[in-house]
Design a protein. Sequence first.
Length: 93
Amino acid sequence: MIRRPAMLRIAVSAIVLLGVVLWLDPLAVASEVQGFSLPWLALGLAISVIQMMLCAWRWRLTAGLIGVPLRFRYALGEYYLAQFINQILPGVC
């Protein structure tokens, strides 16, 4: 059985995804995606994963230096969440 917070996260994600689909023209998005080069896309994905892992490692190292235990997996998850929030929420100018 799925716990309530997990169900809420899934529901919010589905609503956001539906909002994006309704806001954008799905056919225009599909035509743009078909023009992507697979090797360049894979390289970009690999670089971004390595970047996130290095950021999480740095955060874990810094936390360890001040005596705060931090698991790498937790740090990595929090970095991905932070990047998602930074992309979704509008910035203040």
